[in-house]
Design a protein around this ligand. Structure first.
Ligand code: WTA
Length: 657
């Protein structure tokens, strides 16, 4: 039952398949599977064609320069302006009156912004930034709530050929300062506050704290621009801080976009690597915009004239960069931007927004879907969601249970689900079904997108056979790939390229099924080794969540004298299941996992908890659970959304042991 790498193979993660409906396939823009082999025959040519759908000031003549691996150059002799591709280009095509953004504030305020209006605002902001000294190559930190000015700021920075570094508004003063220091940003754009969970979350005071930190480095920041959003009381430092709404009045909407080389840096986005300093992932212009827009169009079967698209990600994450800002706007899409959280004022909010704007494409994360499942289907069922035609998932593997709920309850049992695998480093989607072509398998991201070469390899870098597991690698350069780690090219080489030479090491485990479809198994650092068998945390979590009593589950490998590692599970039970005692639940669930996957996967312990420790982006912090499971002092909890969670869990475990 195990293959040569010890991957458990007895558990068919899911066998049910869902071909596209004839109706969907007939209207899909991509419904001829020859796109795959045509792209595979000549990937560079495929990407060159996709790139030519953008507007180039000087057309490129060379597609890929891979003469100095792993430092790729795409379309290097071409020039373009990224912001003009997202704005002016659509005006020139007569689309100025199309809605770009339906903004919905958490308190219920709304704004409708057309492409003409968005272009006007970005041009004014670009003029304002120019007068503040921002020019090509300068770094601007953006620490904002999900409001239109956040998008305007990013595009204005891009328009000037400068580099933005968006820092998620939930990060602490220290994290913000570390990112400002690393990028040597001279300007910070922020807001007084944002609305979250019915309260004002103050942002400007955190910026003040970040800039006041005495950490031994000289402060690079000269100016702070502050958008007024919530009206909370803040202090403005004379000579440094400026109100956006006061400044902007001096600037008009005339601004001619200058063209920059395709490899001009566009942004730095920090990822919270497992240890040490965050990594500043650097993306550039032409290749990034090509793949962000191409995948947004193809994977969602976008019809810009009629679709209303909504990606629930915050712009502080890569998903917000590629699939709120650059992909949709380059494609001239109409989208919803929502400031707040799904449970404010109640769990009906998202569904109410979908009904109100007639959202046709929804892109969100499994963790959100599971939270909604926990609340129950009766909530979305109170709303008319019939406009939905495509559903997307990103960020972690989606367990089949959540997949089916998503399709049945949100997608009327018919909407295709595109499970998109990619990373901050890949810049855009890499593995995903195409909704008009792929026969879907719940829980699998399935196939590399056209023009992308992915393999699952063993430790030596050799491709594994179907039915086997290993490590996920990208075999050829792709347009939106990370170009380097800001200021640390050695770390770039070490982290991603040293292991397999010219193949990019993604850090994810994966398995190929008998059809050659790819199943992501989580980060390789989350893969356990129990009695010499490799077990996936994801696979066990999926089994647990497949039990009718379980709402959410996290699994870690805790060191064990006998077996090397042992499976320890933490579960949240569905609300009506609290009648089960923790002992009964543990026994039931251990047996359930053994039955679903094999005796080898039977958890040593199952702890019933009320919350799981999650980062602010919703990822479960297994490292902390591992500490708790191994009876160690709990490590660094500063990136947790709720730091009290770990205390409760440790107490709960101590009382159990
Ligand atoms: C995980 C988010 C399985 C994966 C865009 C990856 C996924 C990491 C999926 C990157 C998916 C993302 N199925 N796993 N569809 N999407 N991941 O940089 O482990 O925040 O390496 O980028 O999320 O997370 P990041």
């Amino acid at each position: 039952m195990t293959d040569q790498h010890g991957t458990i193979d007895s558990h068919p993660l899911d066998t049910e398949t869902y071909p596209p409906s004839a109706e969907f396939a007939a209207q899909a823009s991509l419904n001829d599977s020859s796109v795959y082999w045509r792209a595979a025959e000549d990937p560079e040519n495929y990407w060159a064609q996709e790139a030519r759908k953008l507007q180039w000031s000087r057309p490129f003549t060379e597609t890929l320069d891979w003469s100095n691996p792993p430092f790729a150059k795409w379309f290097a002799d071409g020039t373009l302006n990224v912001a003009a591709n997202c704005l002016d280009r659509h005006l020139a095509a007569g689309l100025g009156d199309r809605v770009a953004i339906h903004f919905e504030g958490e308190p219920g305020d709304t704004r409708t912004i057309t492409y003409a209006e968005l272009t006007h605002e970005v041009k004014r902001a670009a003029n304002m930034l120019t007068s503040l000294g921002v020019k090509q190559g300068d770094r601007v930190a953006i620490y904002m709530p999900m409001i239109p000015e956040a998008i305007v700021s990013m595009l204005a920075v891009a328009r000037l050929g400068a580099i933005h570094s968006v820092v998620f508004g939930g990060f602490s003063a220290e994290s913000l300062r570390a990112r400002i220091d690393d990028a040597q940003a001279e300007l910070v754009i922020t807001a007084d506050g944002g609305n979250r969970k019915g309260r004002v979350s103050a942002l400007k005071p955190t910026v003040d704290d970040a800039l006041a930190l005495q950490n031994g480095t000289e402060l690079s920041v000269k100016r702070v621009l502050v958008v007024q959003r919530t009206g909370n009381d803040i202090s403005m430092q004379e000579g440094r801080d400026l109100w956006w709404h006061e400044e902007i009045t001096s600037y008009d909407g005339e601004h001619t976009a200058q063209a920059f080389p395709a490899e001009n840096p566009l942004f730095i986005l920090y990822t919270s690597g497992t240890t040490g300093r965050p990594k500043g992932i650097l993306h550039t212009s032409g290749g990034y915009l090509t793949q962000a827009s191409s995948t947004h169009r193809n994977v969602f079967d976008l019809k810009p004239e009629t679709d209303v698209y909504w990606c629930t990600a915050d712009i502080g994450w890569i998903t917000g960069h590629s699939y709120v800002v650059y992909g949709p706007l380059a494609n001239g899409a109409t989208q919803v931007v929502y400031e707040g959280t799904p449970e404010t004022p109640d769990w009906g909010r998202w569904w109410q927004i979908i009904e109100k704007y007639g959202v046709t494409i929804l892109y969100t994360a499994p963790t959100a879907i599971r939270a909604c499942m926990k609340v129950g289907r009766q909530v979305p069922e109170q709303h008319d969601l019939s406009s939905i035609r495509v559903l997307g998932s990103v960020g972690e593997p989606i367990n089949p249970e959540a997949w089916r709920w998503y399709r049945d309850v949100i997608g009327a049992g018919t909407a295709p689900i595109v499970d998109t695998w990619w990373q901050t480093e890949t810049g855009a989607m890499m593995i995903s079904p195409l909704p008009g072509l792929t026969t879907l398998k719940p829980g699998s991201a399935q196939v590399p997108l056209p023009g992308i070469s992915i393999a699952v390899v063993d430790d030596e870098g050799n491709a594994v056979d179907r039915g086997q597991g290993g490590l996920l690698v990208v075999q050829r350069p792709w347009p939106s790939m990370v170009r380097t780690i800001w200021g640390d090219p050695d770390r770039f080489v070490e982290t991603y390229w040293e292991k397999f030479g010219d193949q990019y090491f993604a850090g994810d485990g994966a398995r190929l099924d008998e059809d050659g479809d790819i199943w992501l198994l989580g980060r390789v650092d989350d893969v356990m080794n129990v009695s010499g068998h490799r077990l996936s945390t994801t696979e066990i979590e999926s089994a647990l969540v497949g039990h009718h009593a379980v709402a959410e589950a996290a699994v870690v490998g805790a060191s064990d004298e006998t077996t090397g590692q042992a499976v320890v599970a933490f579960v949240i039970l569905k609300s009506q299941q609290h009648l089960l005692t923790p002992e009964e639940a543990e026994q039931e669930l251990r047996g359930h996992v053994a039955q679903a996957i094999g005796a080898i996967a039977r958890p040593r312990q199952v702890f019933v908890v009320n919350e799981l420790p999650k980062t602010r982006s919703g990822k479960i912090m297994r490292r902390l659970l591992r500490d708790a499971a191994e009876g160690r002092e709990i490590g660094d909890t500063t990136t947790l959304a709720d730091t009290a969670v770990m205390q409760t869990i440790s107490l709960r475990m101590r009382s159990d042991q």
